[in-house]
Design a protein around this ligand. Structure first.
Ligand code: AFP
Length: 334
């Protein structure tokens, strides 16, 4: 007899009790995230053959050129969730303002914030891509949330995770009870549990950063990255540099193998590049739940007080010892 695979739905149902935030709705919400993953995964497998590469000719709220796949991924998230009944509002890197569900549409008790396609510079060259999502609860029934009610600290997330479009498609998430990874089995169209209770090594041997920005970094950041290149067997140095251009892919590598990812502030961009609400906070939740750490360099990412929907933040994330070492250099204590 076959060993019945543990599908995403079965796993959530079996762990309903421990999934504090989980309700029928939550299981449904995660399943819809998985559906978006299947849709995009299918598009990416044929991207060179169907006319979805290149740009739309528009720029988004970030002032970045919009790739066709950015727009397709965003559209998939909106269409899948507008009709789902699981959410009452959506906010996306690709949309200046959040979308609330029209009153006559099915309402849900969750607010979903997402980066629909992370790593857009990789779309046309078959490199890894991802999507990042953050789930907040909305408890009012008398009215829809305002934009301000979606701008919440990372500690208020009830769930978070990412889709990784790599050699396989994965859905990785946490509800605050550990980190679980599911791999898409295309043959049956199901996500099967492949990484239970993920724990990030306390220290790694890999760092991910765009060293093309080296001269724009603070002195402390430069000293830290320089320190990783010193030959010293006792401390496992030099580290290996691995930078894919896709935050999700780089963080996933660190989550499983240990190490550190840095997108620090720069002289002309002290707030850095990455967005707090739908990139840094959700990945910080996942990495902290796996035993790692996520910092701005001086404070815990999940405690940053957000002011704007598309607020940027410096991000130093990965193995606890590595992040603490980076913080020491950045704060001038090393
Ligand atoms: P895009 O989605 O605009 O390509 O940005 C990707 C990203 O947010 C993150 O996934 C990468 O780690 C980082 O930016 C790459 O930024 P640089 O190209 O400046 O290194």
């Amino acid at each position: 007899m076959r060993e019945f695979p543990l599908t995403l739905n079965r796993f959530i149902t079996q762990n309903q009790a421990s999934h504090q935030a989980a309700t029928e709705e939550f299981s449904g919400l995660l399943t819809q995230i998985g559906l978006v993953g299947k849709l995009i995964s299918e598009d990416l497998r044929r991207a060179g053959l169907i006319n979805i590469l290149g740009t739309t000719g528009d720029t988004n709220v970030q002032g970045e050129t919009v790739k066709k796949l950015d727009a397709i991924a965003n559209d998939d998230f909106v269409k899948v969730f507008q009709h789902s009944g699981y959410v009452c509002a959506l906010a996306s890197e690709e949309m200046e303002k959040p979308i609330s569900m029209p009153g006559n549409w099915p309402q849900g008790k969750y607010m979903l914030l997402f980066d629909p396609l992370d790593g857009s510079s990789n779309t046309d060259n078959n490199m890894p891509l991802g999507a990042i999502f953050s789930v907040l609860k909305y408890d009012r029934a008398d009215r829809l949330p305002t934009e301000g009610e979606m701008i919440r600290r990372g500690t208020e997330q009830v769930a978070a995770g990412y889709l990784l479009y790599g050699s396989s498609t994965m859905l990785v998430y946490t509800v605050g009870q550990g980190v679980y990874g599911f791999t898409l089995e295309p043959g049956i169209g199901e996500y099967l549990l492949s990484h239970a209770q993920v724990r990030i090594p306390d220290k790694g041997k890999v760092y991910a950063a765009n060293e093309g920005n080296y001269n724009k970094w603070s002195e402390g950041t430069r000293k830290y990255v320089d320190s990783l290149k010193v030959s010293d067997k006792a401390t496992g140095r030099p580290y290996s540099a691995r930078y894919s251009g896709c935050l999700v892919a780089d963080v996933h590598r660190l989550l499983l193998g240990g190490g550190i990812y840095l997108y620090p502030g720069e002289t002309d961009k002290p707030e850095g590049k990455l967005r707090l609400l739908y990139e840094a906070n959700p990945l910080a939740f996942v990495v902290e739940q796996a035993g790692g750490k996520a910092s701005t360099g001086t404070s815990r990412i999940m405690e940053v007080e957000p002011k704007k929907l598309h607020q940027r933040v410096p991000l130093i994330i990965g193995s606890r010892s590595d992040v603490e070492q980076a913080e020491a250099y950045i704060q001038g204590n090393a």
